[in-house]
Write a protein that binds this ligand. Structure first.
Ligand SMILES: Nc1ncnc2c1ncn2[C@@H]1O[C@H](COP(=O)(O)OP(=O)(O)O)[C@@H](O)[C@H]1O
Ligand SMILES: [Mg+2]
Length: 293
């Protein structure tokens, strides 16, 4: 993945007020690599455990995510990665532990409440409406932000009409950003897999998330599609300042684009640190290669 462009230079198109806020926050924190503007902790997972009957999917997992970083979650199949994202976005309720978002702790929040709070996600197996157009699929991500009542919406009158126009414009911007203009009216089921994954990202972006959870966004893609997806993830992170939590199997991608990596194995956390630290962690090497030598 060496041809992937890495971080944008300082002064990339981060909105000025966000840039100012991030610089303010980071100056009090740790030293940063050139071009990085990582802030303080936005998402804090504290000692969560999750079981399904006898299966312990997650055992006492703690880790945090800092504002504006790209945080990777890696680990062998069945390690608990998707379950962890499901706990963060309210699909699963961990039996123990808690999760805080911007310092506010929540124990039992459903997916809708988590989404309203500013956390969106994409799914390992696509959750798109295959018969609906690209535009309409991305529009479904917008429902969360639609304020007028259903009756006015159905009649498309008054404020509802204006609001719908605003949302459609927003969705058109996302379509431009993801470079899928040519497919805006195409039923999603007719698109190649790589583009369907891009539409799924678009649907999540339509929610205007502060934190984006991506579950294997590059799985099943060819090299070119992966490079495109990497570029979009980096652009979302740089241009919108969106914090990204990413489950990914391709180590090249993980090492290239993430700021910090958490490693799970059999529901336990066995590593946490920068890509360099994790790569040299004997427990991680053992989990991946079956030997620490
Ligand atoms: N809804 C569920 N019901 C029962 N077991 C589950 C469920 N979801 C996950 N698991 C189990 O939890 C473990 C972790 O799964 P998962 O989080 O999907 O792992 P990963 O995403 O790392 O491959 C596996 O043993 C899996 O079978
Ligand atoms: Mg998974």
């Amino acid at each position: 993945m060496s041809s992937i462009t890495l971080r944008a230079e300082p002064g990339a198109a981060v909105p000025p007020e966000m840039a100012a806020r991030l610089v303010e926050q980071t100056s009090a924190n740790q030293p940063l690599a050139p071009g990085r503007m990582v802030g303080e902790v936005i998402l804090d997972v504290q000692n969560i455990s999750l079981s399904f009957g006898g299966v312990k999917a997650l055992a006492d997992i703690s880790f945090n995510v800092k504002e504006h970083e790209i945080r990777a979650i890696i680990g062998p199949n069945g390690a608990g990665k998707s379950s962890l994202l499901n706990c963060i976005n309210g699909v699963y309720q961990p039996q123990q532990g808690s999760i805080s978002f911007r310092g506010k702790t929540f124990k039992h929040m459903n997916s809708h409440q988590v989404a309203v709070m500013g956390v969106a996600r994409t799914f390992q197996s696509l959750a798109l409406f295959k018969g609906m157009s690209v535009l309409d699929n991305i529009m479904t991500g917008r429902n969360l932000r639609i304020k007028s009542n259903l009756f006015l919406q159905a009649l498309r009158i008054g404020p509802a009409e204006k609001e719908e126009m605003r949302h459609r414009e927003f969705v058109e911007h996302i379509i431009d950003f993801l470079e899928i203009q040519a497919h805006r009216k195409t039923p999603v089921g007719q698109l190649p897999y790589g583009l369907q994954k891009r539409v799924d990202l678009g649907r999540a972006l339509a929610m205007e998330p502060q934190v984006l959870l991506l579950d294997e966004p590059m799985a099943g893609m060819n090299v070119e599609e992966k490079q495109d997806m990497c570029r979009f993830v980096l652009d979302v992170n740089d241009e919108f300042g969106t914090t990204v939590v990413l489950i990914e199997h391709d180590m090249g991608v993980v090492m290239d684009i993430s700021d910090r990596v958490v490693v799970l194995d059999y529901g336990k956390k066995i590593g946490d640190g920068t890509p360099g630290e994790v790569r040299n962690n004997p427990d991680v090497i053992k989990a991946y290669l079956g030997t620490s030598s």
